[in-house]
Design a protein around this ligand. Structure first.
Ligand SMILES: *[C@@H]1O[C@H](CO)[C@@H](O)[C@H](O)[C@H]1NC(C)=O
Ligand SMILES: *[C@@H]1O[C@H](CO)[C@@H](O)[C@H](O)[C@H]1NC(C)=O
Ligand SMILES: *[C@@H]1O[C@H](CO)[C@@H](O)[C@H](O)[C@H]1NC(C)=O
Ligand SMILES: *[C@@H]1O[C@H](CO)[C@@H](O)[C@H](O)[C@H]1NC(C)=O
Ligand SMILES: *[C@@H]1O[C@H](CO)[C@@H](O)[C@H](O)[C@H]1NC(C)=O
Ligand SMILES: *[C@@H]1O[C@H](CO)[C@@H](O)[C@H](O)[C@H]1NC(C)=O
Length: 412
């Protein structure tokens, strides 16, 4: 690792094709260009980032976790999760080409309980190690040992998805982790295999009591996959208006094909699984394949809007990439909530949808769609009292959209 103040090398510009309406709202901001921004470097690809309120920035890379100060100039503490002194990934992996699901040994990195009266902040981490282990630690210093831990909480597969959120469940007054993961993946004979326990083979979403020993799941805290439905790739998890939402897409890890529409599952924010339905998300916008992969997502809380980066399949070698392969779509959460019918298509719940009664397909906010050849990520936040969306691209550009301006001009 080195801490440097090097300027980022200039990136080649690739032609982009935003909708003309939005073109003038885009500002290109390559990180480090012109400014002397501090750059922190780790030995391995960065798998997860989380920012706490008072204890700095947490960065997982390879099998290590670092706690940095907010200037990114000093490391405050480091955890070697695999072997002391070694951050190397235990098996070498060629990262799959975009937009296939990425690989990482860090599966969850969630600071929580910050600012709760009389209690210290905690950090929940999830790793592929020990069959998908999860640990709860004090936020202040990673050198301190974990307070609680359990196995088979997250996906133990580097390519397997995991998304989670921690909340205080009102009915029991305990902190719960709602976690969605791809526990079972096709594995080649040569891979280091990790087979989940029988009870986890069908699990899609589980609620874990983070205060109990080994982060156990109650029988009523498990939502199963629909029998014979194939696997789901979970992209995100967030809280909105008393429910937990999980954006995901059905995905065949063997063929690399999306097998259904990107969707949002909704359960109650509770200590027991109460399935509240699912809705499909249509960011096709006339694309022949309909853009069935969901690469990244972010809730823009200030506007009750959810932003997703969707992609059409491009094949492993990206040969089918076109100027319209990816798109950013904004959806009203109020509409998604209203359209989550209580019937279930991808999950095993009391009232399965019948063939005529498929989940409703929600359309994005008209004229908010941004079409581009290679978007990879989205992050919505408030900067200087303005709601902005940051968009990442495959060639390393960072784009910025001021959402307030879109409201002003009547796009939202
Ligand atoms: C964290 O703990 C380690 C070992 O006890 C200590 O060396 C280090 O200074 C601590 N860091 C912070 C920021 O407290
Ligand atoms: C770190 O671990 C990897 C994988 O186990 C190994 O190949 C490598 O030699 C180790 N490096 C050091 C410096 O110990
Ligand atoms: C898990 O918790 C046990 C005690 O309950 C502790 O001995 C062990 O070191 C912990 N493992 C990790 C990886 O933190
Ligand atoms: C996934 O794709 C493979 C290879 O194309 C196929 O054999 C398998 O049946 C598919 N699985 C599902 C659940 O559709
Ligand atoms: C939150 O959900 C309730 C019904 O559960 C609804 O009446 C209310 O309008 C929703 N809030 C927003 C901001 O949409
Ligand atoms: C932020 O914006 C809101 C409404 O647009 C305004 O009431 C508030 O004063 C602003 N705050 C600051 C610090 O500018």
């Amino acid at each position: 690792m080195e801490v440097s103040r090097r300027k980022a090398p200039p990136r080649p510009q690739r032609p982009t094709a935003p909708l003309p309406l939005l073109a003038y709202l885009l500002a290109f901001a390559a990180p480090g260009r012109g400014a002397d921004e501090p750059v922190w470097r780790s030995e391995q690809a960065i798998g997860a980032i989380a920012v706490s309120r008072e204890d700095g920035v947490f960065v997982a890379s390879g099998s290590c976790l670092d706690q940095l100060d907010y200037s990114l100039e000093h490391r405050l503490s480091r955890l070697y999760r695999d072997q002391a002194g070694n951050c190397t990934e235990p098996v070498s992996l060629t990262p799959p080409a975009r937009p296939r699901p990425g690989s990482s040994f860090s599966k969850l990195l969630l600071p929580y309980r910050e600012g709760a009266a009389g209690l210290g902040g905690l950090l929940l981490t999830g790793w592929t190690f020990d069959r998908g282990a999860c640990e709860v630690r004090p936020l202040g210093n990673l050198s301190r040992s974990s307070l609680r831990n359990g196995t088979e909480v997250v996906s133990c597969h580097p390519q397997g998805s995991t998304a989670g959120v921690v909340y205080l469940a009102g009915d029991t007054n305990s902190w719960y982790l709602a976690v969605a993961a791809t526990y079972v993946l096709p594995e080649p004979e040569t891979a280091s295999r990790c087979n989940p326990a029988a009870s986890d083979r069908e699990t899609a979403i589980a609620l874990k009591d983070t205060e109990g020993r080994s982060l156990a799941t109650k029988e009523t805290g498990r939502l199963k996959l629909r029998e014979g439905g194939g696997s789901l790739h979970f992209v995100d998890a967030f809280l909105w208006n008393g429910s937990v939402y999980f954006p995901y897409y059905p995905y065949n890890y063997t063929s690399g094909a999306a097998t259904g529409w990107p969707s949002m599952a909704r359960i109650a924010k509770s200590s027991e699984v109460l399935f509240q339905g699912q809705a499909a998300l249509d960011c096709g916008h006339g694309h022949p394949d309909g853009r069935r992969l969901l690469l990244s997502s972010s809730l823009v809380e200030a506007l009750d809007v959810w932003a997703g980066v969707f992609s059409a399949a491009t094949g492993g070698d990206q040969e089918r990439r076109s100027p319209a392969t990816t798109a950013l779509c904004l959806f009203r959460m109020r509409e998604i909530q209203a359209r989550t019918k209580t019937c279930s298509w991808d999950f095993e719940a009391e009232n399965p949808c019948n063939d005529k009664d498929q989940p409703e397909r929600v359309q994005p906010i008209a004229s908010s769609t941004l079409i581009h050849s290679d978007l990879t990520s989205v992050y919505g936040t408030v900067v200087m009292n303005r709601t902005v969306l940051f968009l990442g691209t495959g060639n390393g550009q960072l784009l910025k959209i001021v959402v307030q301006t879109m409201v002003q001009f009547g796009f939202l």
